[in-house]
Design a binder for this molecule. Structure first.
Ligand SMILES: Cc1cn([C@H]2C[C@H](O)[C@@H](COP(=O)(O)OP(=O)(O)OP(=O)(O)O)O2)c(=O)[nH]c1=O
Length: 195
């Protein structure tokens, strides 16, 4: 059974590897990720994960397709995937000293073309950040290319007071839900147990 990871994110590949799953191919979906007007963060994450999966499934008939989308939200506000230092700084200014949510959606399309979806919601609380902490974090470059301008798997962990939910989901792929969907689709898991 061929498994295609529909993602350009090296984090998603590494996370899959953490549960012993090695995709047969990685084929990212390049879609327009602009939120719709008044679209709520959870619905947005779910929609984008589903759209990425559908696009890539069309290129691989008969394969399993796994896609995901991770969105950082302050209330109803969707934070960008930070693409500049200014965006990282703006995200940290907003997240400092408060709790926010991280929505991590996945879609698995099975060999028959049936799509199954899961959404994992986590709550993250940053400490009240000093100006110098924001300056240093921004300059580190770690927040670039990350939803909400930070990476919990990196030095941002030293600025985060608590998380509630799933660490893997915040990083980009909710592993519990991923395993559940792969299992439901008949994908052979835990093969190393039998070797
Ligand atoms: C909040 C957070 C996000 N991220 C990353 C995970 C995702 O790569 C990225 C969110 O962007 P996504 O649009 O979910 O994914 P992507 O563009 O990197 O890859 P693709 O669309 O091809 O699947 O932010 C972290 O690595 N650590 C974190 O703590």
């Amino acid at each position: 059974m061929r498994l295609i990871l529909a993602s350009a994110s090296p984090r998603r590949r590494d996370l899959l590897g953490q549960i012993g799953v090695l995709p047969d191919a990685v084929d990212p979906a390049d879609i327009d990720e602009t939120p719709r007007k008044a679209e709520l963060p959870a619905a947005y994450a779910a929609r984008v994960a589903a759209e990425k999966g559908a696009l890539v499934a069309a290129r691989h008939p008969g394969a399993l397709i796994l896609s995901g989308d991770t969105v950082v939200a302050a209330g109803r506000r969707i934070l960008p995937k930070a693409e500049s230092e200014a965006e990282v700084r703006a995200c940290l200014d907003l997240l400092s000293g408060r709790r926010h949510r991280v929505y991590s959606a996945i879609t698995l399309i099975d060999a028959a073309g049936v799509a199954r979806h899961r959404l994992s919601t986590s709550i993250v609380i940053f400490k009240q950040l000093e100006r110098s902490e924001i300056d240093r974090y921004t300059a580190s470059g770690e927040g670039l290319g990350k939803a909400g301008g930070y990476a919990i798997q990196g030095r941002a962990a030293g600025l985060i007071r608590s998380i509630q939910g799933s660490h893997s989901a915040i990083m980009g792929l909710p592993l519990y839900e991923t395993r559940t969907l792969l299992e439901a689709a008949g994908y052979p898991l835990d093969r190393r147990d039998f070797e």
